[in-house]
Write a protein that binds this ligand. Structure first.
Ligand SMILES: [Mn+2]
Length: 348
């Protein structure tokens, strides 16, 4: 059952992490600006590990918002307690750990202003580099950082309470889309082992979390502005009150028959957030995403899942037009875009 895990590596990692975090001072576990379930679960397990082995209570923090309804529910229902951290708060922490993100990633603005002691992640570090940290455990073949943390729990004999098992299960489930995307054998082993221990009632509360009316407003907006170019579907959102919505829309639109790639971008505050999904890994979503954001933003990801951020810097409409043109160029090789729905756009 556990033959797919890299327990030797995990045991060495746990030893290093505990050695680094043992020093005096408070510990901050940094997740993405808009933390996803994989990040929240990974952070919760790391905090538990530090608490049980070092008797130190770490804070889980992010610089943006925990906006997606399911993620909010997860944070609350499973008592993860991740909270917003201001840049000024960073001084209070002696040791900074990062999970499911890396110091120079665009999805995490804390990394640019502090030194990370520990990085645990499954995203590729661009240009074949290693993250700038005292210690890192980066496994790009894994479908979820949660799987790495599950291995840590095994090698450190950490008892997983039902909420922690539920968090890890949901982290793997959502990052791999129920093992259907970018999944390694280790993810499958972890998922199966955790399924038995997960609290199904709490999982249901998370999966079916109530959504605000803005959710439907964004959905409508995404359909009205949607175009299909070749086998790529592109959705645009003018007021995307929460960056997580772009990923949800990109996922949803990938289901359109005949489509091989789905990109959604939208303005959220002073940033255009992008999310891309492809049907298979050969099209390399991350590389195309990096082409879209080149010199005007940041982005990356995996073969079939990618994300990016571009500062608005002026007129959002103009910027969106530029972004749309770049997406077309990178993902649809200048195929002419056609509106998805023929109905007339209703005046706002
Ligand atoms: Mn992840």
């Amino acid at each position: 059952m556990m033959e797919h895990f890299d327990l030797i590596r995990s045991a060495a990692s746990v030893e290093q992490i505990l050695r680094i975090c043992r020093r005096r001072g408070r510990i901050l576990i940094v997740v993405q600006n808009n933390p996803d379930p994989d990040a929240l679960a990974s952070a919760a397990i790391l905090r538990e590990l530090l608490s049980s082995h070092l008797k130190k209570r770490a804070v889980i923090g992010y610089a943006g918002t925990c906006g997606r309804a399911e993620n909010k529910a997860m944070n609350r229902v499973l008592r993860i307690g991740a909270r917003r951290i201001e840049l000024d708060d960073l001084e209070a922490f002696a040791t900074i750990c990062m999970v499911d993100t890396q110091p120079r990633f665009g999805n995490n603005s804390l990394g640019a202003v502090c030194h990370a002691s520990v990085v645990i992640d499954h995203h590729i570090t661009p240009h074949g580099a290693t993250p700038e940290a005292d210690f890192c455990d980066v496994r790009p073949t894994y479908g979820a950082t949660s799987t790495i943390l599950y291995e840590y729990s095994l090698v450190s004999k950490l008892k997983l309470t039902p909420p922690l098992a539920t968090a890890l299960f949901y982290g793997i489930q959502s990052d791999t889309q129920d093992l259907g995307r970018e999944t390694s054998p280790a993810d499958m082993d972890a998922y199966l082992a955790l399924f038995a221990a997960a609290d199904k009632m709490k999982l249901a509360q998370i999966h079916r979390a109530p959504v605000p009316v803005d959710y439907f407003r964004v959905l409508q907006d995404s359909l009205i502005g949607c175009v299909v170019a070749g086998t790529t579907v592109i959705s645009a959102i003018r007021e995307g009150f929460n960056p997580d919505m772009m990923a949800g829309v990109a996922d949803r639109m990938l289901r359109l028959a005949g489509v091989r790639a789905s990109v959604c971008y939208g303005v959220c505050g002073d940033t255009i957030h992008l999310s891309a999904r492809t049907v298979d890994g050969r099209s390399n979503a991350a590389r195309k995403m990096r082409r879209v954001v080149r010199r005007i933003g940041a982005g990356g990801g995996h073969n079939t899942v990618a994300g990016g951020q571009i500062p608005v810097n002026g007129d959002p409409e103009k910027r969106m037009a530029i972004v749309q043109a770049r997406i077309l160029k990178a993902f649809a090789a200048n195929k002419p875009p056609k509106p998805l729905l023929t109905q007339k756009r209703t005046a706002k």
